[in-house]
Design a protein around this ligand. Structure first.
Ligand SMILES: [Zn+2]
Length: 405
């Protein structure tokens, strides 16, 4: 790297993978500290830096995580446990900090951001349970898209939650943080709030993320008001029969959310063919976020990833939080997914953690592909041997990304 940070540098790699166009063998890319100046051209004025064993791709984008849980050493509970038994553990973890949560939270967010940057993750869609403290994100090398989480089953809370959402959007934009809103899940937020957030999203053009179709128990609960979720809500003392009314289906939520500027359907583990068909009609404005290692932790049924791709529904990949996955290394989720779905061409997995995730978060003007004007925070993968174009993506899956700069 050049000693003068502002001076352009050109790299010549075994392969350059812009994602938006075919890979370039022996390709050139010119960057400065902030942005890509050219792809396929040397504008540095000096000879390129040779990287004959490397592949350069866009930096990775983690579509879904909860950074405030980044202080957790290993997932809470045991592999294969019921999701409804895990939730009280996550709630209990937070309560364990008593009055100290907000203070500790800032440290956990910093830790999560640092861990992400080390894993060549250059942007994260991050869910925050409390109003953000701008300083939490300020030193981050990664771009944060900050979703404020909304929880409240009582319809009387809707007004207050919408106000909090409006404040969050305003506060983030003032501080140059990209905002989003996350009505938590069907069992924890009233449908009226979901519908109003979708309309607010359309008006102010921010993404909405909602945990949806995550477990079988969730479907049983919204349709019949039965099962482990009903029991859990009764135990928490927050059961009512309004959120949502009996007989509600995931499709209802998808219809409400389809009014949003952009929706991230988090997990979607149990989406039906009909719901996938609906998502396919939304012209790319609804992205399903698959979290492979969290999916595996809870031992869910096989993810409907092949059906989503068949219907051309955009899919992104997220790590979810350290409360349900061992770390925030997004590429390990890619490797897990690629192993679980050997029939899916490996190049699609790279798209899920670059262009698809960037579009879902509304940051595609800066991230997700290699092009002049975009962020120079690229990933570099080391190859074990020379590969042809047809072997390239499989070789990437086997390799590890690290930051180029
Ligand atoms: Zn989540």
């Amino acid at each position: 790297m050049s000693n003068d940070a502002s001076k352009p540098v050109c790299y010549q790699a075994a392969w350059i993978v812009p994602v938006s166009s075919p890979p370039i063998a022996g390709g050139l890319i010119t960057v400065d500290q902030n942005q890509i100046l050219a792809v396929g051209e040397n504008l540095s004025g000096t000879a390129p830096v040779e990287l004959p064993d490397s592949v350069i791709t866009p930096g990775l984008v983690n579509a879904h995580t909860h950074l405030e849980f980044s202080g957790i050493e290993k997932p809470l509970g045991e592999q294969g446990m019921e999701f409804t038994q895990w939730i009280p553990k996550a709630v209990g973890y937070r309560r364990g900090f008593e009055g100290q949560w907000i203070k500790n939270r800032s440290q956990f967010i910093s830790k999560g951001l640092e861990e992400s940057s080390n894993a060549s993750v250059v942007a994260v869609g991050e869910i925050s349970t409390s109003p953000v403290q701008v300083s939490d994100y300020q030193d981050s090398l990664a771009q944060v898209v900050s979703f404020l989480e909304l929880i409240g089953r009582d319809p009387n809370q809707t007004e207050e939650l919408i106000e909090a959402a409006e404040q969050h959007i305003h506060q983030c934009r003032e501080a140059n943080i990209v905002p989003g809103i996350s009505p938590h899940a069907p069992y924890s937020v009233h449908p009226e709030t979901v519908q109003q957030i979708a309309l607010l999203s359309q008006k102010h053009q921010f993404p909405v993320a909602m945990h949806l179709a995550e477990s079988k128990a969730e479907l049983q609960f919204i349709e019949k008001h039965e099962g482990p979720f009903r029991e859990m809500l009764e135990q928490f003392g927050v059961w009512n029969d309004l959120a949502p009314p009996k007989g509600t289906q995931i499709l209802d939520y998808l219809k409400w959310l389809s009014k949003s500027h952009h929706t991230l359907v988090i997990h979607g583990n149990y989406l039906s063919e009909k719901e996938i068909g609906f998502l396919a009609e939304q012209q790319g404005r609804m992205t399903v976020v698959y979290c492979p290692r969290t999916h595996a932790f809870f031992g869910h049924d096989r993810h409907p990833l092949p059906q989503l791709l068949k219907y051309q529904v955009p899919v992104a990949i997220g790590t979810d939080s350290r409360a349900s996955t061992p770390n925030l290394d997004l590429w390990q989720d890619v490797q897990t997914a690629a192993l679980a779905f050997m029939g899916i061409a490996p190049q699609y997995f790279l798209e899920m953690v670059t262009i698809n995730a960037a579009k879902a978060l509304g940051i595609e003007n800066r991230f997700g592909t290699l092009a002049a004007g975009k962020s120079s925070a690229c990933s570099q993968f080391q190859l074990q041997k020379t590969v042809t174009e047809s072997e390239l993506f499989e070789a990437l899956i086997q390799s590890q990304p690290r930051p180029l700069l």
